[in-house]
Design a protein around this ligand. Structure first.
Ligand SMILES: Nc1ncnc2c1ncn2[C@@H]1O[C@H](COP(=O)(O)OP(=O)(O)OP(=O)(O)O)[C@@H](O)[C@H]1O
Ligand SMILES: [Mg+2]
Length: 271
C-alpha cells in the first residue's frame, strides 16, 4: 500500500492494548475512533464506547448489531443497565454506553460503578474487550476528576490487561490526562498538536523531536508511535455518518437516521 491507513495497521492484538489518541480540536480524533470501531465490527472484536458527548450513536446508522445503552437513541436506558449488561457481555455484543444525559454531579459515580462491575466481570471471565473512552480526561483527568472514577479506571488499565481489558483513550492534550493511566499507553495516535508543552512531552516519549511533523499534520492524518517505530498514517473514510462535523455558514447539517437494532441481537437480549 502506498497510502498507509490506520485501519490496516490495526490487528487483534490492539484489542487488549492501551492506545491513546491525542490532538487539537477538529483534526479527527473522534472520526478516527469511529473508523477504528468499524474495523472492530468487521473483524468481530468486542468493544464498548463510553460516550460522554452523545455522538457515537451514529454507528447505528450503518451497523445494526451495536446496542446503545443510554442517551437520545437508547435501545435500553441507563436505568436498565443491570438487566442488560450481563447479556451484552455473555453474548460478546458491542455497545455504546451513552452517558451524555447524566448530570455532571452523577456521571463520574456512574462510570466508576460501571468499571467496578467490569473489573470483576473480566477477572472472572478473562475475555477481551476494548473500552473506547471519548474525552477521557473527564474521567481520568490530571486535575479536577473525582478520585473514585480515576482510581477505578486506572486499576482497570494497570491491572486489567491479563483479564482482557484494552483501552482507546481520546483527549485533546497529554497534559489533561492522569499520568498513571497514560503511562501504560502502548500506541499513541498523535493528530495535529501545536502547544510546546505537549510537543516537549511527545519528544520525551518518542525519544526524538517530531514536532515539525506533528505541527503540520492535516485533518485526518496522524503520527502512529509505538515503542519500536513511528510513521504518518491516514484515517480512511467511515461508513457511518459524521455527528461531530463543524457547522459552516450556509451549510445545512444532515439529519442522521439511526436504524433499528437487528432482530438477531434483540432476540439474544430478550429471549
Ligand atoms: N479522516 C477524516 N476524513 C474525513 N473527514 C474527517 C476526517 N477526520 C475528521 N474529519 C472531519 O472533521 C470533523 C472534526 O473531526 P473530529 O470530530 O474527529 O475532531 P476531534 O479531533 O475529535 O475534535 P474535538 O477535540 O473537538 O472533539 C469531523 O466531523 C469530520 O467532518
Ligand atoms: Mg472529538
Amino acid at each position: 500500500m502506498i497510502i498507509k491507513r490506520i485501519e490496516d495497521w490495526y490487528t487483534s492484538k490492539k484489542v487488549t492494548e492501551v492506545t491513546t489518541i491525542i490532538g487539537n480540536t477538529g483534526y479527527g480524533k473522534t472520526y478516527c475512533a469511529g473508523k477504528i470501531v468499524e474495523k472492530y465490527i468487521e473483524e468481530g472484536w468486542p468493544f464498548c464506547i463510553v460516550d460522554k458527548m452523545g455522538i457515537h450513536f451514529v454507528i447505528r446508522a450503518e451497523f445494526t448489531d451495536v446496542v446503545i445503552v443510554g442517551g437520545q437513541y437508547a435501545d435500553y436506558t441507563l436505568e436498565q443497565i443491570d438487566e442488560v449488561l450481563p447479556l451484552l457481555l455473555d453474548e460478546n455484543i458491542n455497545f455504546v454506553l451513552d452517558v451524555s444525559e447524566l448530570d455532571e454531579s452523577v456521571v463520574c459515580d456512574f462510570v466508576e460503578g460501571f468499571f467496578e462491575h467490569m473489573y470483576e466481570w473480566h477477572k472472572e471471565h478473562r475475555k477481551p474487550r476494548n473500552y473506547v473512552i471519548e474525552e477521557c480526561d473527564a474521567f481520568m483527568g490530571q486535575t479536577g476528576t473525582p478520585a473514585g472514577v480515576k482510581n477505578m479506571i486506572t486499576k482497570c488499565i494497570t491491572k486489567g490487561r491479563m483479564y482482557g481489558f484494552g483501552f482507546t483513550l481520546l483527549s485533546q492534550r497529554f497534559r489533561m490526562i492522569d499520568k498513571t493511566g497514560l503511562g501504560q499507553t502502548k500506541n499513541y495516535l498523535v493528530f495535529n498538536i501545536k502547544l510546546t508543552n505537549d510537543l516537549t512531552l511527545l519528544k520525551n516519549l518518542v525519544g526524538e523531536d517530531v514536532s515539525s511533523k506533528v505541527r503540520r499534520l492535516p485533518m485526518g492524518k496522524c503520527l502512529i508511535m509505538t515503542e519500536e517505530w513511528h510513521g504518518i498514517y491516514s484515517v480512511g473514510t467511515k461508513k457511518s455518518p459524521d455527528e461531530a462535523v463543524t457547522p459552516e455558514i450556509g451549510v445545512v447539517l444532515k439529519d442522521i437516521k439511526v436504524k433499528p437494532l437487528s432482530d438477531k441481537i434483540r432476540n439474544k437480549l430478550e429471549n
